[in-house]
Design a protein around this ligand. Structure first.
Ligand SMILES: Nc1ncnc2c1ncn2[C@@H]1O[C@H](COP(=O)(O)OP(=O)(O)OP(=O)(O)O)[C@@H](O)[C@H]1O
Ligand SMILES: [Mg+2]
Length: 254
């Protein structure tokens, strides 16, 4: 593994996510075999790796939807093995998740989809919720989409709505699972620039699972390559794409 030039944290307060020796198996299939990495406040970390290597599984550990068989998952200073259900619910409000499948509710309008997490988790009034919804739609550059239903909008626009929904509670950490999936190259580029813009304007910490190189180059500060259940390479984005590691070079096709 190469870890050259990855900044060491100044203090534990700077560490938003830390996985230490995480193992996870499903039946006899061992997926994670000792995954360790740290993500510092304000940074964007890309996760690359072949299909089925456990990228989505890693994200699910970070929001506490899965528990490791062995090892430790710390998020925003808390060891997830030690938090109660209620504390985990509270923590999840500070984490935005952009799902691989989009996951918008088809029978609700775009605005209603965005309002839902606020109705369920906050005491904001109807008009406060409306103005937050409008603010996030403007942030992702679709101010007029609120009244539309998911079936009426394009794949690229659905991704924007998914991003707006993930941002609706003003999270400190945002997790993206394949934000480019199903998009053509031009729309992908606009989504990637939007993600970069969002992380810069909101100064949010983010983690992006994506196998498209262009996406990772646009949005990530540093990148992890998952291979054989472990972090095989962890390097700043420029070094990552010039790595001499033969397995990574094979994966990237360089
Ligand atoms: N809840 C589960 N029960 C059983 N097996 C699971 C479960 N979740 C994931 N797996 C298995 O774990 C492996 C890793 O899955 P994961 O979804 O993390 O892959 P991935 O790296 O995200 O791949 P892709 O790029 O295709 O999305 C797969 O073989 C998958 O079938
Ligand atoms: Mg996945």
């Amino acid at each position: 593994m190469s870890a050259e030039s990855i900044q060491a944290p100044q203090s534990d307060d700077d560490v938003v996510v830390r996985l230490t020796d995480v193992h996870k198996a499903f039946g006899s299939k061992q997926i994670l075999r000792g995954v360790s990495f740290e993500l510092l406040r304000g940074r964007c970390l890309g996760i690359m790796g072949g299909s089925g290597t456990g990228k989505s599984v890693t994200l699910r550990h970070i929001i506490g939807l899965m528990r490791p068989d062995q090892g430790k998952v710390e998020v925003m200073g808390r060891d997830l093995a030690e938090v109660t259900r209620e504390e985990l619910q509270e923590m999840r409000k500070r984490i935005g998740y952009v799902f691989q499948e989009g996951a918008l509710i088809n029978w609700l309008t775009v605005a209603e989809n965005l309002a839902l997490p606020l109705q369920e988790n906050t005491k904001l009034s109807k008009s406060e919720i409306e103005s937050k919804v409008q603010e996030k739609l403007a942030l992702v550059h679709i101010p007029d989409a609120g009244a539309k239903f998911p079936s009426e909008i394009s794949g690229g626009m659905k991704k924007r709505v998914g991003l707006a929904r993930a941002l609706i509670t003003d999270p400190e950490l945002i997790l993206y699972d394949e934000p480019n999936a199903g998009l053509d190259p031009e729309i992908s580029r606009s989504i990637n620039h939007l993600m970069r813009e969002v992380s810069e304007t909101l100064n949010v910490t983010s983690l992006v699972v994506e196998h498209r190189i262009e996406c990772i180059k646009t949005v990530a500060d540093e990148v992890i390559f998952l291979y054989d259940g472990k972090v095989h390479v962890h390097a700043p984005v420029d070094e990552f794409f010039h790595s001499q590691d033969s397995v990574l070079k094979g994966f990237l096709g360089i």
